[in-house]
Design a protein around this ligand. Structure first.
Ligand SMILES: Cc1ncc(COP(=O)(O)O)c(C=O)c1O
Length: 377
């Protein structure tokens, strides 16, 4: 169990922020790294060609360690949607073929598939994961020889419903489907072993559980996919870009590994150092230790919620960092605003409250949450 890390964050005592699934706060170290990075842009004469490459390589290898993957397979992207669009560019759909998603899945892993399906006469199907007990079984049942792509998360962003991705990956290989994952709601908070799951593509935006900046993300690409088509051709992702004097000796070959899938202007001088500091912080804590600590935090909050009559939903089949509480009938429509007025920040998804703590949360936050819920309900 990791003790409270509140001192590593710029978080006033009167704020109980239990909404990491909405937006993770930057640790202080990441803010400092980002500010120092932004200052470099004020002195461009000090930038060297190597500065366009070195930090992105560091970021690749740090993210690879978070998901137990090889750094050569990591591309730098600006958003989850960019990673999914890259995947969609590299799989073939046809009439009668299917893309399997979850019902109410986050749009970033849906819209590219809807567009590609409309272009090709394929179909996007949405599996109902409402009954968390059956989410993995329902997905496994939907995966058959018609499936071209399984486009899925590890946990559903609304309820935290958890999928067994190793079992789903094995089934995808059996039926010849590509596995395309959006891990924005789990990478950094849950142990994710790509050697066991073997996704074709897996993306994570950095701004939630990776505690990173906005407009940065990572796309993992499987070894057999690393000769695919990038979403865009940019000068940095082409071979030879290290030599600034020869950029117009155009070359059609790309940088090695998954670097060909990097976004344009990937060397973000403020964002990238902040992202690196966040990843270093997560690795210093340890992903398995973070997972165990967040599981204990959500369990403790769930137990106290039960004591005031708010039942956790399907507690045993959710991501360990998610807590979903059924709203009682008659809950005020402005409940979230009332809580926010007391300094308590959580989300509501449908008829449930979504509570997603991190290491900065402590007992005083939970007391504040319980007090505010008790007063408002
Ligand atoms: C599951 C999931 N994926 C992705 C995102 C963000 O997507 P993008 O990076 O495409 O803006 C969110 C934000 O809520 C999310 O919950």
């Amino acid at each position: 169990m990791i003790p409270s890390q509140r001192a590593s964050f710029d978080m006033p005592r009167e704020v109980a922020y239990l909404n990491c699934a909405y937006m993770g706060p930057l640790p202080r170290a990441a803010v400092e790294a980002g500010v120092a990075g932004a200052r470099r842009k004020a002195r461009p004469w000090e930038l060297r060609p190597a500065d366009f490459f070195a930090e992105t390589e560091v970021a690749r290898s740090l993210f690879a360690r978070i998901v137990e993957a090889d750094a050569e397979g990591v591309a730098i992207v600006p958003a989850a949607s960019y990673g999914v669009a890259t995947a969609a560019r590299n799989v073939a759909l046809a009439p009668g073929r299917r893309v399997v998603t979850l019902r109410e899945q986050f749009p970033s892993n849906v819209y590219s598939w809807r567009a590609l399906a409309a272009d090709t006469g394929a179909e996007v199907v949405a599996v109902d994961a409402a009954d968390l007990r059956g989410a993995t079984a329902a997905v496994l049942e939907a995966l058959d020889e018609r499936t071209a792509v399984a486009a899925l998360p590890n946990v559903l962003w609304t309820t935290g419903a958890r999928l067994d991705l190793a079992a789903i990956g094995a089934r995808c290989r059996e039926v010849g489907a590509a596995l395309v994952l959006d891990l924005t709601q789990s990478a950094g908070a849950m142990v994710t072993d790509f050697r066991a799951i073997r996704p074709d593509f897996a993306v994570a935006a950095a701004y939630k559980w990776l505690l990173g900046p906005y407009a940065l993300g990572f796309l993992y690409v499987a070894p057999e996919r690393r000769d695919g088509r990038p979403l865009e051709e940019n000068w940095l992702n082409h071979a030879g870009s290290e030599d600034f004097a020869r950029l117009v000796d155009y070359r059609d070959d790309h940088q090695p590994g998954a670097r060909r899938f990097d976004m344009g202007e990937r060397a973000q001088f403020a964002t990238m150092p902040a992202g690196i500091a966040s990843l270093e912080q997560l690795l210093a804590w340890g992903v398995a230790e973070i997972e165990a600590t967040l599981a204990a935090k959500t369990a403790a909050i769930g137990a106290r919620a039960r004591a005031i009559g708010l039942a956790p939903i399907d507690d045993d089949r959710r991501g360990p960092h998610f807590l979903s509480l059924a709203l009682p009938p008659g809950a005020p429509p402005d409940l979230l605003a009332r809580l926010a007025a007391e300094g308590v920040h959580i989300s509501q998804r449908g008829a449930a409250l979504r509570i997603t703590p991190h290491l900065y949360n402590d007992d005083a936050d939970v007391d504040r949450l319980m007090q505010a819920l008790g007063a408002a309900l």
